[in-house]
Ligand binder design. Sequence first.
Ligand SMILES: Nc1nc2c(ncn2[C@@H]2O[C@H](COP(=O)(O)OP(=O)(O)OP(=O)(O)O)[C@@H](O)[C@H]2O)c(=O)[nH]1
Ligand SMILES: [Mg+2]
Length: 654
Amino acid sequence: MGPSFNKQFEYHSAWRREFARQLKQLGEWMTIHELMDAAVQEGLQRLEGQVRSDKVMVAFVAEFSRGKSELINAIFFADYGRRIMPASAGRTTMCPTELGYDAAVPHCLRLLPIETRLQKQSLAEWRLRPEHWVETSLDVGDAGQIAKCLEKVAQVRRVSVDDARAMGFWHDDLPDDNPSQDAQGLVEVPMWRHALINLPHPLLKQGLVILDTPGLNAVGAEPELTVSLIPQAQAVVFILGADTGVTRSDLSIWREHLASTSESAEARLVVLNKIDTLWDTLTSPQQIQAQLDRQCQSSAEMLGVRLDQVLPVSAQKGLVAKIASDGALLEASGLPILEAALARGIMGQRQTILRSAIRSGISGLRGDTLRLLNIRRRDLDDQMLELRSLRGKNAAVIGAMRTRIEQEQREFDLSASKIQAVRAVHLKLLRDVFQQLGTQALKQQMSHLVGALQQKGLKLGVRKQYAEAFKGIKSTLDKVQASATEIHAMLDGSFRQLNADFGFSLQVPEVPSLESFALDLDRIQQGHLQYLGLGHSLKLVQPEFAERLVRALGMRLRAVFESAANDLELWSKSATAQLDAQLRERKRGFSRRIEAVDRIQQAASGLEDRIAEIEDGELALKRLDHRLQQLTDQMTLLVEKAVDVEFPGEFALA
Ligand SMILES: Nc1nc2c(ncn2[C@@H]2O[C@H](COP(=O)(O)OP(=O)(O)OP(=O)(O)O)[C@@H](O)[C@H]2O)c(=O)[nH]1
Ligand SMILES: [Mg+2]
């Protein structure tokens, strides 16, 4: 069955801490030995950021009252000895609720008022404005106080139909879906738009983020929830009730929000909850099991997933069993099997991505540093040759050598303009690339789509505009890739020339592939497509829905373009850093050579001393090389080792 989610997560965190420690050690060592150039530094920082900000989001999605919140209580919060997230019959969780931990923020619950929907800012934008959220502090030592506070996520309020319409909870064309009016003609809407819980729970502290959602079929669901939060989750747990089976609304939620993105199907679990409702003393255990098997089978068929992706559990009995330390009941609840599956799916996926990033990061760092060491080695070799040739020579020969070095130095300085020219062309090409990936260009690409969405009435042409916009955006990425290849060719030519002229050993790093960003774009396109379908044509009529959709879409696209630009920038930096390093070392070489000749001219013994110094320098370089090998090998080993420990055989990496 494998270790539980909690255990798995702890392994992963311990591994991350150890990796961060080794990374720090490597950085310090590099600084001491003056191996830290701009590219190396950037590479180190990036690796550190990847390891540190390694958040894992698990989203719980289902129709209302299937037991999402109860399952969260059972898996993550049983240690509190009580129910923490409110779970009760009927609609309970009224707003999407994110649980996580940020050390920079006090322990608290923050709630974004539903009225913010009347404004056009997206949820992501509201996140950046903490002053608009209502904050209540949480007392970590008091589970009762926490549970009491969290009840707020179930709060509702009454508003007029006009207000409900403006906030997206009322559709004149969908009378059946609208909330019912009371005697005063008011309707009930959620009080809050989004909840953020900041708690120092051990798993949350290690980077886990849990997303509890309100029953998704509710009218007026936040587009951003389904457009960006759920698609970005590393794992989604979809919950059915054993008491209800797969209902029509379960099926429509599944199809609309979860079925489309197939590439992460492995990290998608279907939970058949409330199996305890089948436990009944009049039925034999065999009969109950047979009934359960049948239900899992038919659920798998209806949702189009593999049978082993459907896991029968009782969240409620699991919670009770954990609190009462009742091993038999816990096993009967099926919770341990679910936890193990969750661990494999989420952590496996997350770690695979992180590890491949780390692997290429480390080998990049090593390459950059080795290059620096090679320059120094070459420089020492040259000096050695020069000095050996002076053995037994008279003052006139030594004087002539000095003149020659100075001459060489002057020529080198003069040709610096050549290098400047290379740099100028490089920068210009790069600026063009960044412009293509910039906010302005993106706005331009989306303008027709935005126009179509902003038209009044039914937006019939919008699917076409949408496809066009994405076609344009993807072709931008292709163009950028082509430009990067062009820059590579240009740099390659110039570097070869410089290598020939000055004996440099410059080498242009490989152009980063933007393929993964193209995949991101596909994913975003798929994720939003559903909003343009017939089922949503009525929602799309509302200007605020269309507006929010556009903003959410824009933010995600911008994030993709920014990441692509970052990759290209890092790549280009590592090329220019090489050039800088060679220039710097060469300049130092000239002064060292002149200095050596001067010393030799002044004292007869100077020559042999200097030769001995250079020999020492060569030894020191060998030691540096060896140590670099050790430090990076150790990190590579850590990456491989973690795979073996956590997923024996199962998650062997390609
Ligand atoms: N018998 C039984 N009842 C359960 C189980 N899990 C949850 N329930 C009950 O089902 C009801 C709904 O549970 P919640 O956790 O609030 O469901 P939810 O999916 O979060 O619902 P919303 O917040 O309204 O979207 C509650 O009364 C729970 O006690 C279970 O395993 N067995
Ligand atoms: Mg709930």
